[in-house]
Design a protein around this ligand. Structure first.
Ligand code: SAM
Length: 276
């Protein structure tokens, strides 16, 4: 695994993909450009519909041979192109879930001719039936109140009460506001918390996660934090610098009291961009 593991290559994913041996990856976890017109310092998010879908199919076909037979793939999308891209993937893999990431966007006006879109759509795909999946690694503990409410004798010793519950397919996690301690200078950075859940559930400890579109490097950070290896690509050199900085930092900052204060002070300035 020398030469390509625990590295993010600052180059076009399609050009660099040959660096990665076929059948070597446990989990492909990616958040590609959504083609919503964002400026990533390149034209990847500003393509015609035809060019975008053709390019998507091209990178999917380049990346899938890298996956192990029992590997999985998670892809972030929005409602705009999820239907077309899910069909592409369903021709190649089995779809296990559509996960809704509720970005907890506060009500602040928004569209007047349609309903405001406040979620991203995540597709979870697998290669074959005996895919790796560790639900216990990502169960959510019941709070003390729920446990107390279930204290009648029929619940005593109930395993599910002790091990926690399945996170289900709607994940409500706040997007990263400008003032969030985790926030780097990338317009569509995803929270480590949701990426880490996918990594822990779908990649064994010591396995390798591939993200062809690293952005600010969230997949690399989450993988390393969870004791997994990572590899991937990012086209924009400024984002590559951010990735190196984040990887060099001892740990990802978590929201503390001071951060909470800063965030509430910043609430009035909620004109910051959405994550998609
Ligand atoms: C949606 S962002 C990823 C954000 C990331 N998940 C994070 O948390 O920071 C997509 C990234 O893909 C990069 N990109 C676009 N085309 C690329 C290509 N051909 N090869 C590698 N990276 C590319 C863009 O520069 C952008 O940073």
């Amino acid at each position: 695994m020398s030469g390509w593991v625990d590295q993010v290559f600052c180059e076009d994913a399609l050009q660099g993909m040959a660096r990665i041996p076929d059948g070597s990856i446990d989990l492909i976890l990616t958040d590609p450009p959504y083609n919503l017109g964002k400026d990533y310092g390149n034209a990847s998010d500003q393509q015609s519909v035809e060019a975008y879908l053709a390019w998507t199919e091209q990178w999917i076909d380049a990346v899938l041979p890298k996956l192990k037979p029992n590997g999985s793939l998670y892809i972030f999308l929005t409602w705009r192109f999820a239907p077309e891209i899910f069909v592409m993937l369903k021709k190649r893999m089995a779809m296990m879930n559509e996960i809704i990431w509720d970005r907890r966007v506060p009500s602040m006006g928004g569209s007047v001719r349609s309903f405001s879109s406040v979620h991203d759509t995540i597709g979870f795909f697998v290669n074959r039936k005996d895919y790796y999946f560790d639900l216990d690694a990502v169960r959510i503990p019941y709070d003390a109140e729920t446990k107390k409410a279930r204290s009648r004798s029929i619940f005593i010793g109930a395993k599910w009460l002790e091990v926690g519950y399945n996170p289900k397919d709607v994940w409500s996690v706040s997007r990263l506001h400008r003032e969030h301690p985790e926030r780097a200078d990338h317009p569509t950075q995803k929270p480590v918390e949701i990426i880490e859940r996918m990594v822990k559930a779908s990649c064994p400890v010591g396995g390798v996660v591939l993200d062809p579109f690293m952005g600010s490097g969230t997949t690399a950070i989450a993988a390393r934090q969870a004791g997994r290896h990572f590899t991937g690509f990012e086209l924009n050199p400024a984002y590559c610098d951010i990735i190196q900085e984040r990887l060099a930092a001892p740990e990802v900052p978590v929201a503390g009291k001071a951060a909470k204060k800063r965030r509430s002070a910043a609430k009035s300035a909620l004109a910051d961009e959405e994550t998609v």
